[in-house]
Write a protein that binds this ligand. Structure first.
Ligand SMILES: C[S@@+](CC[C@H](N)C(=O)[O-])C[C@H]1O[C@@H](n2cnc3c(N)ncnc32)[C@H](O)[C@@H]1O
Length: 357
């Protein structure tokens, strides 16, 4: 097992959307408990990250081996670290950082973290500036190896205070800090188009995108109006049934690929099975989860991408409850489920659900 970056590692720090600290905290505690790893949480409201400090630092290896940024629902990234490195000389931060570094730690990459608030963004600039001098110093000390399996991560908390941590290269998120930089397509009728675009890029491999979209593929978009999600399907050459009592964007209707049906999304069903079921209805999450599972269970759709809106306080528990509902309804068939609070999600998570046989 490779060494952790911080010589006194005793915690996992998880980056999350500001305001979702308690959900992120509950998730890491839930995961740790399943591995018989115990510890306590330190966080503050809206600080954008959570610390999980383990009672037995030797347990960190067990916990870290099971973590993967892309599989965490509410965390955007994680690092194994120790107490923040403080009172750094602002004229030479690198030396102070190296003092905290384990002598046997080697890495092949350095990732500066961006905390998603205004102060965090300006501090992230400072972290980015430190990457090159830190790398040079690591090279000189023989702690930089292109084949190393660990990534060094830094999060600036103040100009003289940093977290210096690490995670396996293979456990890094798909995009740095899970920040999806997407350009809003000017023809799309609503900004929520970016949610479905991010979901497609995040959950599906390039090969899956090629296999499951394109001419001949069909989709149902429940709660489609004005058409931001439908737009993503249309641009991927899919034929779409848009279900909503509202008004659809005229440009999308002119594509000839959309049939707008004014009906209740909880009642309407297609005459033939479709490739995709997508759903952005603002409804109780448990109700949406049950609906999605039923479509897959009776063969109305092959796979689904949907949002679970989470305006309640106990969001993590609500997501677990929805996963249980899906498991109960799909008990007889193998399926794949992935849940993530995507970068473009707000009080919601996105779910990918597919039958695998
Ligand atoms: C958040 S908006 C959807 C935005 C859309 N995904 C887009 O990108 O433009 C939610 C939509 O769900 C629709 N909706 C809510 N309950 C519905 C139901 N039971 N059946 C059909 N549509 C419903 C609303 O009319 C509303 O247009």
């Amino acid at each position: 097992m490779a060494a952790f970056a911080h010589s006194e590692s005793d915690r996992v720090v998880l980056l999350c959307r500001p305001g979702f600290e308690s959900d992120c905290a509950q998730e890491i505690q839930w995961l740790a408990q399943r591995l018989n790893v115990y510890g306590y949480i330190k966080t503050e409201s809206r600080q954008g990250y959570v610390e999980f400090i383990v009672f037995q630092p030797t347990d960190l290896t067990t916990l870290a081996a099971q973590l993967n940024s892309d599989s965490l629902m509410f965390a955007r990234d994680f690092m194994v670290t120790g107490a923040a490195v403080s009172e750094l000389d602002t004229l030479d931060r690198v030396s102070g950082m190296l003092d905290a570094l384990a002598a046997d730690f080697t890495c092949s990459t350095i990732t500066p973290w961006t905390n998603d608030d205004n102060e965090g963004k300006s501090l992230a600039k400072l972290s980015r500036k430190l990457v090159k001098p830190l790398r040079n110093a690591l090279e000189q000390r023989g702690q930089w190896q292109d084949s190393a399996q660990q990534a060094l991560t830094i999060l600036a908390l103040a100009t003289d205070r940093f977290y210096l941590g690490s995670l396996p290269v293979a456990a890094q998120p798909k995009w740095p800090n899970s920040i999806a930089h997407l350009k809003f397509p000017s023809q799309a009728p609503s900004r929520s188009t970016l949610k479905l675009e991010e979901a497609i890029l995040f959950f599906l491999t390039a090969q899956q995108q090629e296999n499951y979209f394109g001419l001949g593929k069909t989709a149902v978009d429940l709660g489609a109006c004005p058409g931001g999600w439908t737009y993503q399907l249309v641009r991927r050459e899919v034929q779409v049934f848009a279900i909503d009592n509202g008004a659809m964007d005229e440009g999308l209707m002119a594509s000839g690929q959309v049939e707008h049906i004014k009906a209740d999304g909880f009642v309407w069903r297609p005459q033939h099975p479709v490739t995709w079921l997508v759903c952005d209805m603002i409804e109780q999450p448990a109700r949406v989860a049950a609906l999605m599972a039923d479509w897959l269970a009776d063969g109305s759709a092959e796979r689904a991408l949907f949002n679970l809106k989470l305006p309640m306080k106990k969001r993590f528990q609500e997501v677990l409850k929805c996963c249980d509902i899906i498991a109960e309804r799909l008990h007889a068939m193998p399926y794949d489920i992935k849940v993530k609070q995507l970068y473009h999600d707000r009080e919601e998570v996105t779910v990918y659900l597919a039958r695998t046989a």
